[in-house]
Design a protein around this ligand. Sequence first.
Ligand code: SAM
Length: 271
Amino acid sequence: MGKTALGVAAVRAQESQRPNSLFDDPYAQAFLDAAPGAFAAEHATANDRRPMAALGAAFAFHGVLRTRFFDDYLLTATAAGCAQVVLLAAGLDTRAFRLPWPPGVQVFELDLPDVLTFKERVLNEQGARPQCTRTIVPADLRANWATTLTQAGFRATTPTIWLAEGLLLYLSAEDATALLDEVGDLSAPGSHLAFERGDIADNSLLAHARTTPSMDQYTALWKGGLGPDTPEWLTRHGWRVDTHDRAILAASYHRAVPDSSSGEFITAERA
Ligand code: SAM
């Protein structure tokens, strides 16, 4: 099972317990309960504990903020009439179940088969009911996923909202570019695309993580994703781009920004 998806579920479970939480994910804890011991073997040395705690805090802050930002983004775009939503690398995202979608919305969730199998098992056990029409699409986003999505009922002639949350870092620049190219080809005018960009922590913390053995299982997955010229790339490929500074957003949600956090969210509309 995808440990990165489980890590995000842990962040969402914790946030959902806060009195002033930015969202409520009623299924996040169930995923953790269904994968006991998933994080048990991670023993950091005494020297590593402080930087790893700082990295953990940055990851949690980023996960909470982006969940709320993309919740709002999806609800705004669907309320404006865009009824087809594709969650690229949906992981253990439960938006199909927990968001108050307008009538008529269809959500496609793509991820690797083992992640979706685990997700379906837990959601079934929980008796979860989607608040929209929901279709899961097991696929590897590095190859042939567009055909699988189309066979699952996706219509390229309909404006779509694409969300690539917590994904691009795990793809090589080549695979990430190919993915966005394909998304562009499948996007009718008026389609929307969103993802986050930038490091979740400062360079020294990330460098430390890369040399910490207990972090290998995560850092080995970091493939770099898109480069710094992504907004320009999108503009050249037919998208109108907006950027949203993470620190400004955090302030709007009355959340303090960890020192080590930077980065932004990118949203784009197909011209
Ligand atoms: N978007 C979800 C969220 O924010 O909760 C999941 C984010 S999780 C950090 C990254 C997800 O990317 C995992 O669920 C993983 O299985 C998925 N993933 C990574 N590489 C993939 C690939 N080549 N094809 C499909 N999914 C992939």
